[in-house]
Design a binder for this molecule. Structure first.
Ligand code: OAD
Length: 238
């Protein structure tokens, strides 16, 4: 395998065919909900019950969703690439757990996870699978009512950003899958990768806002294009 240090960024499009909604497509979450109300610290301070309801519904939705062919293809690719001596890091903007359930191992959830809660009082982060509410008890400090969804909101710093930057600034292949390229810092990753000479590839339903920055693009549903592109890479000697 020609590429030794691979970074793969995923967004909502990879989970669309698993029934998890995207944000900006027709009928997407930000066309039916106010982002300011449910995805900012200010919105949570104003109406925590509304925010809990929004994320409780999305967390509950995970139970009826299953990883699709694209998630499995990435997990299989990671294993195969590792066995050939290449390093693969998956950076996802998604808060679902479908990559883990498909078998991916090396993942950074830069926007947090639905199955985690964070305490605004003691800073503890805990696995959380049931509903969160105004009276939920923090397993770290025992305080009641201080837990919030462990999801990165607008205006907050994504998780793992230093490690992500380190990985991208030394990668030789950067692949972006199912993301609109509208939200920074993720939208800037392709520029960073291309700027230091990595091959850059976009796999998406349609060209994203950043399409012009990629050296290669393949367009169609993730369940069709991801598997095809990764297999071609493995079998091309590339
Ligand atoms: P978006 O909803 O902005 O974009 C989804 C992308 O997926 C679009 O470019 C679609 O064309 C593409 N897409 C849709 N269905 C697809 C399919 N079946 N196969 C392949 N691609 C498909 O979602 P993100 O780019 O992930 O952040 O959004 C980035 C961030 O904005 C999210 O993590 C979230 C949101 O606000 C936070 O909540 C902090």
């Amino acid at each position: 395998m020609k590429y030794r240090r691979i970074v793969i960024l995923t967004g909502a499009g990879i989970s669309a065919e698993s029934g998890m909604g995207t944000f900006r497509d027709k009928g997407g979450l930000w066309t039916t909900h106010s982002l300011e109300d449910v995805a900012t610290p200010e919105g949570f301070a104003r109406d925590p019950a509304l925010v809990h309801t929004f994320y409780n519904l999305r967390r509950a939705g995970l139970k009826s969703a299953a990883p699709n062919r694209a998630h499995f293809a990435l997990a299989e690719f990671e294993q195969e690439a590792r066995s050939r001596g290449s390093d693969v890091m998956l950076v996802t903007q998604n808060v679902d757990d479908l990559h883990e359930r498909a078998g991916s191992l090396s993942i950074i959830h830069m926007h947090g996870e639905l199955t985690s809660a964070a305490c605004v009082s003691c800073g503890a982060r805990a696995r959380w699978e049931q509903d969160l509410g105004l009276d939920s008890l923090c397993p770290g400090c025992g305080r009641r009512g201080a837990l919030r969804p462990d999801v990165v909101w607008f205006g907050e710093v994504p998780y793992g950003i230093d490690e992500i930057h380190d990985r991208i600034s030394t990668c030789d292949l950067f692949v972006s899958i199912g993301t609109s390229g509208e939200v920074y810092p993720a939208a800037g990753f392709v520029g960073l990768a291309a700027g230091q000479g990595a091959h850059t590839v976009e796999l998406n339903l349609e060209p994203s806002a950043n399409a012009g920055f990629f050296s290669e693009g393949l367009y169609g549903p993730a369940t069709q294009v991801v598997d095809r592109w990764l297999n071609a890479l493995l079998h091309s000697g590339g």
